[in-house]
Design a protein around this ligand. Sequence first.
Ligand code: SF4
Length: 468
Amino acid sequence: MECINGLRDEIRDCLHEECGVFGVYNNNDELDVSRLTYYGLYSIQHRGQESCGIAVEDEDVIRCYKQMGLVCDVFNEERLASLKGQVAIGHVRYSTAGASNVLNAQPITVNYRDGMMALAHNGNLVNSEELRYKMGSGGSVFVAGNDTEIIVKILSKNLVSEATIEDAVKQTMRVLKGSYAIVLLLQGKLIGFRDPLGIRPLCLGKLKHSYILSSESCAFSVMGAELIRDVNPGEIVIIDDDGTRSVQTPTPGHSAYCIFEHVYFARPDSYIDGASVYRARENAGRMLAKEYPVDADLVIGAPDSALTAAIGYARESGIPYGHGLMRNRYVGRTFIQPTQEMRDAAVHMKFSALRNEIEGKRLVLVDDSIVRGTTTRVVVQMLKEAGAKEVHMRISSPPVMFPCHYGIDTATASQLIASRLSVEEICQMVGADSLRYLSLESLLKAPGIDGGFCSACFSGNYMVKNNE
Ligand code: SF4
């Protein structure tokens, strides 16, 4: 179920992507890099809505502006005009590690021995405490509470001790454990690197002679750029006047792409690790229909994130697809926080049932996930009050039972309803006539690619642990 933005953590009922990164290197194309970064961040705004920032390098000087708020609120013509240069990076953030304030907004800029650098990170380190302790014992001072500051400090040190930028980045990657997709602005170069398992996405695009890095390829179409390829797990891509150069660091030989990018987080018009997100969702819906058919009159999806899976379910089952729920697109960051007792009101503000379409019908309601179940319960009740005869819930992923340690803000294990209740109990709690989840085996096949996936939030099988 799509997030109701702006709700306090204790009543929020969704998974949250933590961040998105973007970078552009202008290679003699007379591009306005800050404006392109603005457009890029706008396109990946769904990956983080709390703060955003853009850093631009021009003749060894890095200028950065970052603030709490949406990209469209933080940047205007004047701000973008003050950020002129040849290379830019940008970031959108939703906080989990580190407080929600501008100190933790990114990109982070620092002075190191030979100049300035700016860095933006999507992901989460599982050994951040250990690294912070080690660096702190060596005299490093931390002002923000996030992992990115740790990465920047380690990199600054390695830039002094190592002979080349590549070696400094490699050395840094050697000690980081967890997930990271990073864009770095350093010595006039745009550099991107991705953790050895490729948990968080990062891709490379081209616009005329210039190159772009982005968390998602959906950012390329707005500027007429083309997707070249994904940055490989463990790869460092260095972009400068000579074009792109790649350095491959050691990997375990298998990937652990986040399967939830395909289920929910990424935009359906993105391609991630060679797979169309739209197609993956449609396939998941088709597989769900094969695994759990039901006699019904209409298939509807939970807007907007589950609509594609619902289309897949309808196509496979032959049951007509229609709209049964509308989403209020204007419920966002400015939403006045409802009290605990009034959280149902937040769901009613966000969703409403289309009585004409559903009255007297047996519905299949397809959703991508159930986190706490509180939103689902209100939505099922809403559909029944609007005249639905039956509501059969079909979920296009397995039960979310474990928290994510790799950059997604899940609830704690005890708040995840599937870690406490059986499927039958959840069905009763949400008031549905039946409830079925897609099997993990099918979900992992849905993107249609060979790569290995992380599925720890479903299976509890964490591929990177701090003690490894
Ligand atoms: S635990 Fe789940 S949400 Fe986190 S990276 Fe793995 S698949 Fe993605």
